[in-house]
Design a protein around this ligand. Structure first.
Ligand SMILES: *Cc1c(COP(=O)(O)O)cnc(C)c1O
Ligand code: SF4
Length: 352
Protein backbone atom coordinates (compact mmCIF):
# COMPACT_ATOMS: atom_id res chain seq x y z
CA UNK A 1 0.00 0.00 0.00
CA UNK A 2 2.70 2.42 1.03
CA UNK A 3 4.73 1.76 -2.10
CA UNK A 4 1.64 2.15 -4.27
CA UNK A 5 0.91 5.46 -2.60
CA UNK A 6 4.43 6.68 -3.28
CA UNK A 7 4.11 5.67 -6.90
CA UNK A 8 0.82 7.59 -7.17
CA UNK A 9 2.45 10.61 -5.66
CA UNK A 10 5.34 10.62 -8.07
CA UNK A 11 3.12 10.08 -11.07
CA UNK A 12 0.84 12.79 -9.79
CA UNK A 13 3.52 15.43 -9.70
CA UNK A 14 4.45 14.80 -13.30
CA UNK A 15 0.92 14.59 -14.67
CA UNK A 16 -0.47 17.65 -12.95
CA UNK A 17 1.76 19.96 -14.96
CA UNK A 18 0.18 18.85 -18.21
CA UNK A 19 -3.43 18.63 -17.01
CA UNK A 20 -5.94 21.21 -18.07
CA UNK A 21 -9.19 22.30 -16.51
CA UNK A 22 -11.50 21.51 -19.37
CA UNK A 23 -13.94 18.73 -18.85
CA UNK A 24 -13.68 16.41 -21.80
CA UNK A 25 -16.85 15.15 -23.38
CA UNK A 26 -18.31 11.88 -22.07
CA UNK A 27 -16.42 9.65 -24.48
CA UNK A 28 -13.07 11.39 -24.09
CA UNK A 29 -12.86 11.80 -20.33
CA UNK A 30 -10.34 9.49 -18.69
CA UNK A 31 -11.62 6.48 -16.75
CA UNK A 32 -12.53 7.00 -13.11
CA UNK A 33 -9.59 4.80 -12.14
CA UNK A 34 -7.25 7.15 -13.96
CA UNK A 35 -8.86 10.19 -12.36
CA UNK A 36 -8.60 8.58 -8.95
CA UNK A 37 -4.98 7.55 -9.29
CA UNK A 38 -4.06 11.03 -10.50
CA UNK A 39 -5.78 12.85 -7.67
CA UNK A 40 -3.72 15.61 -6.07
CA UNK A 41 -1.84 14.17 -3.11
CA UNK A 42 0.64 16.93 -2.45
CA UNK A 43 -0.36 20.06 -0.49
CA UNK A 44 2.02 22.13 -2.60
CA UNK A 45 0.32 21.11 -5.83
CA UNK A 46 -3.09 21.79 -4.32
CA UNK A 47 -2.09 25.30 -3.24
CA UNK A 48 -0.44 26.05 -6.59
CA UNK A 49 -3.42 24.90 -8.61
CA UNK A 50 -5.75 27.07 -6.54
CA UNK A 51 -3.53 30.11 -6.20
CA UNK A 52 -3.18 29.88 -2.40
CA UNK A 53 -0.23 31.66 -0.82
CA UNK A 54 2.53 30.55 1.57
CA UNK A 55 0.42 30.93 4.72
CA UNK A 56 -2.11 28.39 3.46
CA UNK A 57 0.63 26.12 2.18
CA UNK A 58 2.29 26.00 5.58
CA UNK A 59 -0.96 24.98 7.26
CA UNK A 60 -1.68 22.49 4.50
CA UNK A 61 1.71 20.82 5.01
CA UNK A 62 1.11 20.55 8.74
CA UNK A 63 -2.38 19.04 8.36
CA UNK A 64 -1.19 16.74 5.57
CA UNK A 65 1.21 15.03 7.99
CA UNK A 66 -1.76 14.03 10.16
CA UNK A 67 -4.09 12.92 7.35
CA UNK A 68 -2.85 13.07 3.80
CA UNK A 69 -4.38 15.40 1.28
CA UNK A 70 -6.34 13.89 -1.60
CA UNK A 71 -8.36 15.83 -4.18
CA UNK A 72 -9.17 14.61 -7.72
CA UNK A 73 -9.39 17.15 -10.53
CA UNK A 74 -13.09 16.56 -11.06
CA UNK A 75 -13.67 17.97 -7.56
CA UNK A 76 -10.97 20.62 -7.75
CA UNK A 77 -12.64 22.07 -10.85
CA UNK A 78 -15.66 23.05 -8.74
CA UNK A 79 -13.50 25.11 -6.36
CA UNK A 80 -13.05 28.84 -7.07
CA UNK A 81 -9.51 30.06 -7.81
CA UNK A 82 -7.73 32.03 -5.12
CA UNK A 83 -10.65 31.76 -2.70
CA UNK A 84 -9.36 30.29 0.58
CA UNK A 85 -12.86 30.24 2.06
CA UNK A 86 -14.54 28.40 -0.78
CA UNK A 87 -16.93 25.91 0.87
CA UNK A 88 -15.63 22.97 -1.15
CA UNK A 89 -12.01 23.88 -0.49
CA UNK A 90 -12.70 24.05 3.26
CA UNK A 91 -13.62 20.37 3.13
CA UNK A 92 -10.38 19.20 1.55
CA UNK A 93 -7.62 21.68 2.44
CA UNK A 94 -5.50 20.60 5.44
CA UNK A 95 -5.00 23.32 8.05
CA UNK A 96 -2.61 23.93 10.91
CA UNK A 97 -5.69 23.87 13.19
CA UNK A 98 -5.78 20.10 12.79
CA UNK A 99 -3.05 19.84 15.41
CA UNK A 100 -5.44 21.27 18.03
CA UNK A 101 -6.67 18.59 20.40
CA UNK A 102 -9.38 19.95 22.69
CA UNK A 103 -10.66 17.65 25.43
CA UNK A 104 -13.20 15.14 24.17
CA UNK A 105 -11.80 14.89 20.64
CA UNK A 106 -10.58 11.34 20.16
CA UNK A 107 -9.37 9.01 17.41
CA UNK A 108 -12.38 6.63 17.41
CA UNK A 109 -15.32 8.85 18.45
CA UNK A 110 -17.94 6.27 17.57
CA UNK A 111 -16.24 3.39 19.38
CA UNK A 112 -16.53 1.25 16.29
CA UNK A 113 -13.66 -0.89 17.48
CA UNK A 114 -16.08 -2.48 19.99
CA UNK A 115 -18.57 -3.63 17.34
CA UNK A 116 -16.61 -5.78 14.95
CA UNK A 117 -17.83 -9.37 15.22
CA UNK A 118 -15.99 -10.24 12.00
CA UNK A 119 -13.22 -8.69 10.00
CA UNK A 120 -14.50 -5.80 7.86
CA UNK A 121 -17.97 -5.86 9.46
CA UNK A 122 -19.52 -3.43 11.96
CA UNK A 123 -22.81 -4.45 13.59
CA UNK A 124 -24.26 -1.76 15.84
CA UNK A 125 -27.92 -1.48 14.88
CA UNK A 126 -30.72 -4.02 14.56
CA UNK A 127 -31.37 -5.38 11.08
CA UNK A 128 -28.42 -3.81 9.31
CA UNK A 129 -24.65 -4.13 9.19
CA UNK A 130 -21.84 -2.10 7.72
CA UNK A 131 -19.27 -3.79 5.49
CA UNK A 132 -15.97 -2.00 5.03
CA UNK A 133 -15.67 -2.67 1.31
CA UNK A 134 -12.72 -0.40 0.59
CA UNK A 135 -10.04 1.22 2.71
CA UNK A 136 -9.60 4.30 0.52
CA UNK A 137 -11.64 7.26 -0.59
CA UNK A 138 -11.69 9.43 -3.68
CA UNK A 139 -11.21 12.50 -1.54
CA UNK A 140 -9.90 12.95 1.99
CA UNK A 141 -12.43 15.05 3.89
CA UNK A 142 -10.76 16.88 6.72
CA UNK A 143 -13.64 16.35 9.17
CA UNK A 144 -13.88 12.61 8.52
CA UNK A 145 -14.67 10.62 11.65
CA UNK A 146 -12.72 7.71 10.20
CA UNK A 147 -9.53 9.73 9.67
CA UNK A 148 -7.79 7.49 12.19
CA UNK A 149 -9.51 4.23 11.27
CA UNK A 150 -7.14 1.25 11.16
CA UNK A 151 -8.08 0.28 7.62
CA UNK A 152 -5.15 -2.05 7.18
CA UNK A 153 -6.72 -4.33 9.80
CA UNK A 154 -10.15 -4.06 8.20
CA UNK A 155 -9.98 -4.47 4.46
CA UNK A 156 -10.49 -8.14 3.85
CA UNK A 157 -9.49 -10.07 0.79
CA UNK A 158 -11.95 -12.46 -0.84
CA UNK A 159 -11.02 -15.37 1.41
CA UNK A 160 -11.18 -13.13 4.45
CA UNK A 161 -14.71 -11.98 3.52
CA UNK A 162 -15.90 -15.49 4.39
CA UNK A 163 -15.96 -14.64 8.08
CA UNK A 164 -18.23 -11.63 7.50
CA UNK A 165 -20.40 -13.55 5.03
CA UNK A 166 -20.79 -16.42 7.50
CA UNK A 167 -21.84 -13.93 10.15
CA UNK A 168 -24.50 -12.53 7.79
CA UNK A 169 -25.72 -16.00 6.81
CA UNK A 170 -26.04 -16.93 10.45
CA UNK A 171 -28.17 -13.99 11.57
CA UNK A 172 -31.63 -14.00 9.96
CA UNK A 173 -32.52 -10.72 11.65
CA UNK A 174 -30.22 -8.85 9.23
CA UNK A 175 -32.13 -7.50 6.22
CA UNK A 176 -29.78 -4.88 4.95
CA UNK A 177 -26.10 -4.86 4.04
CA UNK A 178 -24.50 -1.42 3.90
CA UNK A 179 -21.35 -1.09 1.85
CA UNK A 180 -19.17 1.51 3.47
CA UNK A 181 -15.48 2.32 3.80
CA UNK A 182 -13.46 4.40 3.11
CA UNK A 183 -15.55 4.65 0.01
CA UNK A 184 -16.90 1.30 -1.17
CA UNK A 185 -17.01 2.50 -4.78
CA UNK A 186 -13.23 2.94 -4.69
CA UNK A 187 -13.13 -0.87 -4.94
CA UNK A 188 -13.10 -2.39 -8.42
CA UNK A 189 -16.33 -3.44 -10.10
CA UNK A 190 -15.00 -6.99 -10.26
CA UNK A 191 -14.65 -7.09 -6.47
CA UNK A 192 -17.96 -5.39 -5.87
CA UNK A 193 -19.82 -7.64 -8.32
CA UNK A 194 -18.37 -10.65 -6.51
CA UNK A 195 -19.36 -9.36 -3.08
CA UNK A 196 -22.87 -8.38 -4.13
CA UNK A 197 -23.34 -11.76 -5.75
CA UNK A 198 -22.40 -13.43 -2.44
CA UNK A 199 -24.80 -11.12 -0.60
CA UNK A 200 -27.77 -11.72 -2.85
CA UNK A 201 -27.52 -15.45 -2.21
CA UNK A 202 -28.28 -14.83 1.46
CA UNK A 203 -32.07 -15.25 1.48
CA UNK A 204 -32.88 -12.98 4.44
CA UNK A 205 -31.06 -10.00 2.92
CA UNK A 206 -33.50 -7.63 1.22
CA UNK A 207 -31.59 -4.45 0.69
CA UNK A 208 -28.21 -3.31 -0.49
CA UNK A 209 -27.27 0.14 0.70
CA UNK A 210 -24.16 1.95 -0.50
CA UNK A 211 -22.70 4.86 1.44
CA UNK A 212 -20.50 6.69 -1.02
CA UNK A 213 -19.12 10.05 -2.06
CA UNK A 214 -17.58 8.81 -5.31
CA UNK A 215 -20.45 9.66 -7.70
CA UNK A 216 -20.11 13.22 -6.40
CA UNK A 217 -16.33 13.48 -6.32
CA UNK A 218 -15.74 11.67 -9.65
CA UNK A 219 -19.08 11.39 -11.47
CA UNK A 220 -17.48 9.20 -14.15
CA UNK A 221 -17.42 6.46 -11.49
CA UNK A 222 -21.01 5.77 -12.51
CA UNK A 223 -20.01 3.91 -15.67
CA UNK A 224 -21.43 0.91 -17.48
CA UNK A 225 -19.41 -1.58 -15.41
CA UNK A 226 -20.92 -0.26 -12.18
CA UNK A 227 -24.44 -0.06 -13.59
CA UNK A 228 -24.21 -3.65 -14.71
CA UNK A 229 -23.77 -5.28 -11.29
CA UNK A 230 -25.86 -2.67 -9.52
CA UNK A 231 -28.70 -2.80 -12.03
CA UNK A 232 -28.90 -6.58 -12.04
CA UNK A 233 -29.03 -7.50 -8.37
CA UNK A 234 -32.28 -8.83 -6.89
CA UNK A 235 -31.66 -6.72 -3.78
CA UNK A 236 -33.43 -3.38 -3.40
CA UNK A 237 -30.90 -0.64 -3.88
CA UNK A 238 -30.39 2.49 -1.87
CA UNK A 239 -27.47 4.84 -2.32
CA UNK A 240 -26.70 7.36 0.39
CA UNK A 241 -24.53 10.07 -1.11
CA UNK A 242 -22.53 12.52 0.93
CA UNK A 243 -22.87 16.13 -0.21
CA UNK A 244 -22.42 19.15 2.04
CA UNK A 245 -22.87 22.09 -0.29
CA UNK A 246 -24.93 22.87 -3.41
CA UNK A 247 -21.74 23.76 -5.36
CA UNK A 248 -20.75 20.09 -5.24
CA UNK A 249 -23.65 19.25 -7.57
CA UNK A 250 -22.57 20.21 -11.09
CA UNK A 251 -24.08 18.91 -14.33
CA UNK A 252 -21.85 15.82 -14.32
CA UNK A 253 -23.20 14.87 -10.89
CA UNK A 254 -26.79 15.45 -12.05
CA UNK A 255 -26.12 13.15 -15.03
CA UNK A 256 -24.53 10.46 -12.84
CA UNK A 257 -27.58 10.56 -10.55
CA UNK A 258 -29.88 10.15 -13.55
CA UNK A 259 -27.96 7.01 -14.56
CA UNK A 260 -28.28 5.60 -11.05
CA UNK A 261 -31.99 6.30 -10.92
CA UNK A 262 -32.48 4.66 -14.29
CA UNK A 263 -30.85 1.54 -12.77
CA UNK A 264 -33.48 1.51 -10.03
CA UNK A 265 -31.45 3.07 -7.24
CA UNK A 266 -33.15 5.20 -4.56
CA UNK A 267 -30.94 8.23 -3.90
CA UNK A 268 -30.57 9.84 -0.47
CA UNK A 269 -28.04 12.27 0.93
CA UNK A 270 -26.30 12.75 4.22
CA UNK A 271 -24.41 15.91 5.13
CA UNK A 272 -22.26 16.95 8.01
CA UNK A 273 -22.95 20.35 9.55
CA UNK A 274 -19.61 22.12 9.21
CA UNK A 275 -18.44 25.51 10.40
CA UNK A 276 -17.44 27.60 7.41
CA UNK A 277 -18.98 25.20 4.89
CA UNK A 278 -22.74 24.97 5.39
CA UNK A 279 -23.55 26.55 8.77
CA UNK A 280 -26.08 29.03 7.39
CA UNK A 281 -29.78 28.65 6.72
CA UNK A 282 -29.58 29.85 3.12
CA UNK A 283 -26.74 27.46 2.36
CA UNK A 284 -28.63 24.49 3.77
CA UNK A 285 -31.83 25.49 1.96
CA UNK A 286 -29.94 25.82 -1.34
CA UNK A 287 -28.40 22.39 -0.75
CA UNK A 288 -31.79 20.72 -0.26
CA UNK A 289 -33.22 22.44 -3.34
CA UNK A 290 -30.24 21.42 -5.44
CA UNK A 291 -30.34 17.84 -4.17
CA UNK A 292 -33.95 17.52 -5.25
CA UNK A 293 -33.13 18.91 -8.69
CA UNK A 294 -30.65 16.04 -8.99
CA UNK A 295 -33.26 13.50 -7.85
CA UNK A 296 -31.84 13.06 -4.34
CA UNK A 297 -33.75 13.34 -1.05
CA UNK A 298 -32.05 14.73 2.07
CA UNK A 299 -31.68 12.04 4.74
CA UNK A 300 -29.42 13.01 7.63
CA UNK A 301 -27.69 16.19 8.71
CA UNK A 302 -25.03 14.96 11.15
CA UNK A 303 -23.46 17.14 13.75
CA UNK A 304 -19.71 16.69 13.76
CA UNK A 305 -18.33 13.61 15.45
CA UNK A 306 -15.62 14.68 17.88
CA UNK A 307 -12.69 13.29 15.97
CA UNK A 308 -9.20 14.55 16.69
CA UNK A 309 -8.11 17.13 14.12
CA UNK A 310 -11.60 18.37 13.20
CA UNK A 311 -12.58 20.55 16.17
CA UNK A 312 -12.46 23.73 14.09
CA UNK A 313 -15.49 22.49 12.10
CA UNK A 314 -17.70 22.16 15.16
CA UNK A 315 -21.11 23.83 15.38
CA UNK A 316 -22.53 23.56 18.92
CA UNK A 317 -25.77 21.58 19.32
CA UNK A 318 -27.86 24.61 20.32
CA UNK A 319 -26.80 26.50 17.24
CA UNK A 320 -27.47 23.42 15.10
CA UNK A 321 -31.01 23.13 16.48
CA UNK A 322 -31.68 26.83 15.89
CA UNK A 323 -30.42 26.55 12.30
CA UNK A 324 -32.65 23.59 11.57
CA UNK A 325 -35.72 25.32 13.07
CA UNK A 326 -35.11 28.25 10.76
CA UNK A 327 -34.53 25.90 7.83
CA UNK A 328 -37.99 24.43 8.38
CA UNK A 329 -39.45 27.86 7.57
CA UNK A 330 -37.79 27.72 4.13
CA UNK A 331 -38.40 24.19 2.90
CA UNK A 332 -41.15 21.67 2.30
CA UNK A 333 -41.07 18.86 4.86
CA UNK A 334 -39.72 16.32 2.40
CA UNK A 335 -36.61 18.43 1.82
CA UNK A 336 -35.76 18.62 5.53
CA UNK A 337 -32.82 16.46 6.61
CA UNK A 338 -33.01 14.86 10.06
CA UNK A 339 -30.54 16.47 12.45
CA UNK A 340 -28.76 13.69 14.31
CA UNK A 341 -25.79 12.83 16.44
CA UNK A 342 -24.18 9.44 16.68
CA UNK A 343 -23.74 8.51 20.33
CA UNK A 344 -21.71 5.38 21.04
CA UNK A 345 -23.81 2.64 22.61
CA UNK A 346 -27.17 3.95 21.34
CA UNK A 347 -29.41 1.68 19.23
CA UNK A 348 -29.72 4.25 16.45
CA UNK A 349 -28.59 7.71 15.48
CA UNK A 350 -29.96 10.17 18.04
CA UNK A 351 -32.25 13.00 16.82
CA UNK A 352 -31.29 16.38 18.26
C1 LIG B 1 -25.07 4.95 10.66
C2 LIG B 1 -24.90 3.50 10.72
C3 LIG B 1 -25.84 2.62 10.15
C4 LIG B 1 -27.05 3.12 9.40
O1 LIG B 1 -27.96 3.78 10.22
P1 LIG B 1 -29.33 4.27 9.59
O2 LIG B 1 -29.98 5.03 10.69
O3 LIG B 1 -30.09 3.06 9.18
O4 LIG B 1 -28.99 5.10 8.41
C5 LIG B 1 -25.66 1.27 10.29
N1 LIG B 1 -24.59 0.76 10.97
C6 LIG B 1 -23.68 1.57 11.52
C7 LIG B 1 -22.54 0.97 12.24
C8 LIG B 1 -23.79 2.96 11.41
O5 LIG B 1 -22.85 3.75 11.93
S1 SF4 C 1 -15.45 10.23 1.60
FE1 SF4 C 1 -16.44 9.76 3.57
S2 SF4 C 1 -15.12 8.18 4.51
FE2 SF4 C 1 -13.94 9.19 2.88
S3 SF4 C 1 -12.81 10.83 3.86
FE3 SF4 C 1 -14.72 11.73 3.09
S4 SF4 C 1 -16.12 11.58 4.84
FE4 SF4 C 1 -14.42 10.18 5.25
Amino acid sequence: MITRRRAFLQENIMIVASDNHERASETQSPSWQHQLSHAIRDPKVLCQRLGLDETWLKGAQTGHKLFEVRVPDAYLNRIAYSAPHDPLLRQVLPLGDETLAPAGYVTDPLEEADHRPARGLIHKYAGRVLLIASPTCAVNCRYCFRRHFPYSENSPSRAQWQEALDYLRGDVSIHEAILSGGDPLAASDRQLAWLVNELEHIPHLKRLRIHTRLPVVIPDRVDSALLEWLGNTRLQKVMVLHINHANEIDQAVVDACARLKAAGVTLLNQSVLLRGVNDEVNTLAALSERLFEAGILPYYLHVLDPVQGAAHFDVPDDEARALVSKLREHLPGFLMPRLVREIPGEASKTPL
